[in-house]
Design a protein. Structure first.
Length: 291
């Protein structure tokens, strides 16, 4: 359990802003932080990692105090068991993939974790290459593997996939989800992509002007079921689930998520990631796969 009660005065684009956090995050949860630019999302990750010191408050991880102004406790970043994945990869250009991973090893740590991560992230054919020869998706896999070398309690992801195209981003999302589950991590992800959040997160925290505006599941926060009148739009399938004799298809439409009730004939051959058209027929939504 992560318990956060922290305050930090920040200099935002619109002027002074108070970051005021009062949160509890269950161990093993994947939490997404969502909100406009300048709301305090990246500052929150920096505070958790120890890269930014709060003005006051308390941070407890599994009953261990990492920060407490009253008791004058402030663990250094290297004392916090955190993996941090930045937007810009931050790989050492003069090192191979394997050397980049090995650099993250702590003293006397078993090197077997390197091969485990190389296999899991499918980096075997890349391990002797340097970052300049890798694609953006490959670099991000290396950066993600490096963040996990010391088996962190908490994995912090600051919009790690924002610069990648949709196909590569979807593959990297699968890696993140697989690693989160395998290592039973508590993962905190910053993302502006609602589809990504819906796919990955157990819980969403909405930050606005440094304040927690909303908390809940992606479905609670984002799903818009108020569909009426005639419409026709395209979107991406996020999920397909059977409910008794019908299917519920979750579709991302621009920046909104909708759920469509479909018959078995409508979802035949349909899979997550497909592009579809949702239209009205006699005021009932119907779904078509776009070839």
């Amino acid at each position: 359990m992560i318990k956060i009660k922290l305050h930090k005065a920040l200099h935002a684009a619109q002027g002074e802003m108070l970051l005021d956090l009062n949160l509890e995050i269950e161990q093993g949860t994947l939490v997404a932080i969502y909100g406009p630019s300048g709301a305090g999302k990246t500052s929150t990750l920096k505070i958790l990692s120890g890269l930014l010191q709060p003005d006051s408050g308390m941070l407890s991880v599994n009953d261990n105090l990492w920060f407490d102004t009253k008791q004058k406790i402030n663990l250094k970043p290297q004392q916090r068991n955190v993996g941090y994945l930045f937007q810009d990869y931050a790989l050492f250009p003069n090192m191979t993939v394997l050397q980049n991973l090995a650099f993250a090893l702590s003293k006397k740590q078993d090197r077997s974790i390197l091969q485990e991560l190389i296999e899991m992230m499918e980096l075997g054919e890349l391990q002797n290459r340097k970052p300049a020869t890798l694609s953006g998706g490959q670099k991000q896999r290396v950066a993600l593997a490096r963040a996990l070398v010391q088996r962190p309690q908490i994995l912090l992801l600051d919009e790690p996939l924002s610069a990648l195209d949709r196909k590569i981003r979807s593959k990297l999302q699968n890696y993140i989800l697989s690693i989160h589950r395998k290592y039973n991590l508590t993962t905190i992800l910053i993302s502006h992509d609602i589809g990504e959040i819906h796919k990955l997160a157990d819980k969403v925290i909405i930050l606005e002007n440094g304040q927690v505006a909303q908390e809940g599941t992606p479905t609670d926060i984002f799903i818009n079921q108020k569909i009426s009148g005639k419409f026709k739009f395209t979107g991406e399938v996020l999920n397909i689930e059977q409910e008794e004799v019908v299917y519920i298809v979750t579709v991302l439409i621009q920046n909104q998520i909708v759920k469509v009730i479909a018959q078995s004939t409508e979802i035949e051959g349909l899979k997550i990631g497909d592009q579809v058209m949702v239209a009205s027929k006699a005021f009932n939504p119907i779904i078509y796969k776009i070839d």
